[in-house]
Design a protein around this ligand. Structure first.
Ligand code: KG4
Ligand code: ZN
Length: 341
């Protein structure tokens, strides 16, 4: 089946054509128009600006995705669009565009949960991957652990109670002068520092819970920076990046391992923008090797927001006949809105 995937939940407008069958996965195109240069000016995503930029980009991005794939609208088996969660104005651009395109051309439409999309990136890179497995989803907006029972059924086992891991990287990165979003720059800087240099609180909540809290870590790092400034001491940014990263990575690894233990499952999937973090990938690799578990991680270009992952998640909805109707709306929250079939 050929699917067009459309993503506009935050600050990337993306469209992709993906071909999927039971044992076959091929990305025919995956166009991503990033707005980071616009939002960098403000140190974070400005929702109103994001919506406008999506409107400007979405037609061209979709046309380019179809052209590059050499696929016409008539050949598509489905259009898949991110309907939740995300910035409501941004989501509405993609949902309304996809609805118009699908219904005007009589193409079945499927609504996709963005988090399921991130996890579906793993199916594109690892065609043998099958549920059940544990998924650790870490992005700018989410940090959650799921038991993935089928490609479309997720049970949340734990989540952050405040900031997401990506947000925690971005906020500290900004304070130490790294450009927004700082995740990738923090990753590189952390390689040059001493991860044991600064002691900070762990974002892994104590006890059996699989929940996290990143706000304490962030505040402790800010307090440390303020203390250094008050004493007129020079900050070693690489040491801070390395220590901060170590705390984030250790917490994510600990809870992912506990989720494997608690569920008895032997496969872990890492997904979301922060899945590109080299320290996190290495730490999960070591943990899974030690436990004899299988680890599936998307290739770096598929970790961040993209249309191919939405098309892949849409395929599993389409084969189940879960099509959306013309009443489909977008939702900022985690549950798919009405009209999703
Ligand atoms: O999944 P994503 O593209 O958007 C959301 O759904 O939020 O994730 C973006 C987040 C940003 O916070 C960015 O700083 C972070 O992913 N990120 C990284 C790395 N690359 C991107 N964080 C840590 N290390 C990286 N290498
Ligand atoms: Zn995302």
């Amino acid at each position: 089946m050929l699917l067009l995937g459309i993503e506009s939940s935050c600050d990337e407008t993306s469209a992709a054509v993906v071909e999927m069958e039971e044992r076959m996965r091929a990305i025919r195109s995956n166009i991503v128009a990033s707005q980071v240069d616009i939002h960098r000016l403000y140190g974070g995503v400005v929702p109103e600006i994001a919506s406008r930029a999506h409107i400007e980009a979405i037609t061209g991005v979709t046309r380019q995705a179809l052209e590059q794939a050499g696929v016409s609208l008539g050949e598509l088996g489905a259009v898949a669009v991110t309907a939740c969660p995300g910035l409501i104005g941004a989501l509405l651009v993609g949902v309304n565009f996809a609805k118009a395109l699908a219904f005007a051309n009589r193409i079945p439409l499927v609504a996709v949960n963005h988090i399921h999309g991130h996890v579906a990136a793993a199916y594109l890179c690892d065609p043998d991957l099958r549920p059940p497995f544990v998924a650790l989803v870490v992005s700018g907006g989410h940090t959650s652990i799921y038991r993935v029972e089928t490609e479309t059924r997720f049970v949340e086992l734990g989540a952050t109670r405040d900031d997401a891991a990506g947000e925690a990287f971005d906020k500290i990165g900004r304070v130490i002068g790294l450009p927004y979003p700082s995740g990738a720059a923090m990753d590189r800087l952390a390689r040059e520092g001493n991860p044991e240099a600064i002691r900070l609180p762990s974002p892994a909540l104590a006890g059996d819970t699989l929940d996290f809290s990143f706000s304490g870590l962030k505040t402790a790092a800010l307090n440390w920076l303020n203390g250094m400034a008050q004493r007129g001491e020079e900050v070693n940014r690489a040491d801070l990046a390395a220590s901060y990263t170590r705390h984030v990575v250790e917490a994510l690894t600990l809870k992912a391992e506990r989720a494997l233990e608690q569920t008895g499952l032997r496969t872990l999937v890492l997904a979301g923008g922060v899945a590109a973090n080299s320290h996190l990938r290495a730490s999960l690799e070591a943990m899974c090797r030690r436990r004899g578990c299988r680890l599936s991680m998307p290739e770096l270009p598929l970790c961040g927001d993209n249309g191919a992952m939405i098309a892949a998640a849409g395929y599993f909805q389409a084969v189940r006949g879960n099509f959306a109707d013309s009443s489909l709306n977008a939702s900022a929250g985690e549950t798919l809105p009405a009209g999703t079939g």
